[in-house]
Write a protein that binds this ligand. Structure first.
Ligand SMILES: NC(=O)c1ccc[n+]([C@@H]2O[C@H](COP(=O)([O-])OP(=O)(O)OC[C@H]3O[C@@H](n4cnc5c(N)ncnc54)[C@H](O)[C@@H]3O)[C@@H](O)[C@H]2O)c1
Length: 332
């Protein structure tokens, strides 16, 4: 399928590489012209995925209109706070009937809108049935290296989910379909916050017990939020829920885990973010998840603790102590 990927960071480039590995023509676009130039000149994204050769069929175009022209699938892979602006820029170039797949995990901070709501806000109604959302346990670098990966692609129309599934499917990249857009999006935007908590516990020097407790209780609060927002709780037991949570909460490859780890070791947030040099969505998601939880009246103690740590000046040991000292309750 002829595709365009908007956002040539780690994830956009890895997914562009998956699509182009099938021999299809794939065009990348980004605001960063230098990144685009290295894709064309060196067949590599030296900033985000260094030393990984990209397929010859993956090209970059600095002109958004010509990058999108003739595309049957437009993949949106920009940070969540840039999604509205980028979608508005792209809107006039996207032909009716083009599949539009967001692979971004996050919530628009000012409006508390999920990416599906942002895209429905920006694109005319005729495009809405063609919107799809890809999420699940997937580090960009592993996908770009061709390591086996499974994800979920959700769309309101099964036919759309299946078409996008087919477009992404390769011998190493296996998408499953779902019609639970809300569930898939909730899993993606909340897990980064819990990953900051597990990173924090590990950074302080705790071990497997604390990590397993945070992942499990993290899933419990994510599921509560999901149900309140209309998700199928089973989605959160799947790839886009526990799958992504396990991945993000237990690996140093996760930027959000590394943010938590650094804080646990006593580093300042600014210093950690400067070292990362890339987006750690969980830092902003901590604000938006708190907002979403308040909106639907759901208790999310781990996310609240991360918020207290990042934005309310609470110290790392105090945050974990506050979690342990909460009122005792039944598990389910
Ligand atoms: N990296 C991963 O392993 C991974 C995996 C799954 C999902 N995601 C999600 O994918 C999204 C993107 O993450 P990433 O890791 O690729 O981020 P990144 O920081 O690696 O890249 C973001 C890219 O978006 C571009 N960009 C930023 N603002 C833009 C704008 N206004 N217009 C056009 N381009 C703009 C940047 O120039 C950059 O190339 C996030 O929501 C993230 O949670 C990432």
């Amino acid at each position: 399928m002829r595709a365009t990927v908007i956002g040539a960071g780690s994830w956009g480039t890895a997914l562009g590489s998956v699509l182009a590995s099938k021999g299809d023509e794939v065009t990348m676009w980004d605001i960063d012209a230098e990144t685009l130039a290295t894709i064309n000149d060196q067949h590599e994204n030296s900033r985000y995925l260094p030393d990984i050769p990209l397929p010859e069929t993956l090209r970059a175009d600095a002109d958004l209109g010509s990058a999108i022209e003739g595309s049957e699938l437009v993949v949106l892979a920009v940070p969540s706070q840039a999604m509205r602006q980028v979608a508005e820029q792209a809107r006039d170039f996207v032909e009716p009937g083009t599949y539009i797949c967001s692979v971004t995990k996050g919530v628009e901070i000012d409006t508390l809108m999920m990416m599906s709501e942002v895209l429905e806000d920006v694109f005319p109604v005729s495009h809405h049935p063609y919107l799809a959302f890809l999420s699940g346990p997937s580090f960009a670098v592993e996908v770009a290296q061709g390591h086996p990966t499974a994800v979920t692609i959700a769309a309101q129309w099964n036919r759309v989910a299946k078409a996008v599934q087919q477009a992404f499917h390769t011998s190493f990249f296996r998408p499953y379909t779902s019609n639970d857009v809300v569930g898939v999006e909730i899993g993606g935007c909340t897990k980064n916050v819990v990953a900051i908590a597990t990173g924090l516990a590990d950074g302080i020097g705790f071990d497997a017990n604390a990590r397993a407790a945070l992942v499990t209780r993290g899933l419990a609060e994510i599921t509560r939020l999901g149900i309140a927002k209309g998700a199928n709780p089973l989605t959160l037991s799947g790839l886009a829920g526990i799958g992504d949570l396990m991945l993000t909460c237990t690996s140093v490859k996760s930027r959000n885990y590394r943010v938590g780890y650094g804080l646990g070791q006593g580093k300042e947030l600014d210093e950690i973010q400067a070292e990362l040099g890339q987006v750690a969505e969980g830092v902003l998601n901590a604000k938006s998840v708190r907002g979403l939880a308040a909106q639907v009246g759901v208790e999310m103690p781990i996310s609240d603790a991360v918020h207290a740590l990042l934005y309310e000046g609470m110290s790392a040991p105090d945050v974990l102590q506050a979690l342990m000292g909460r009122d005792l309750k039944s598990e389910i």
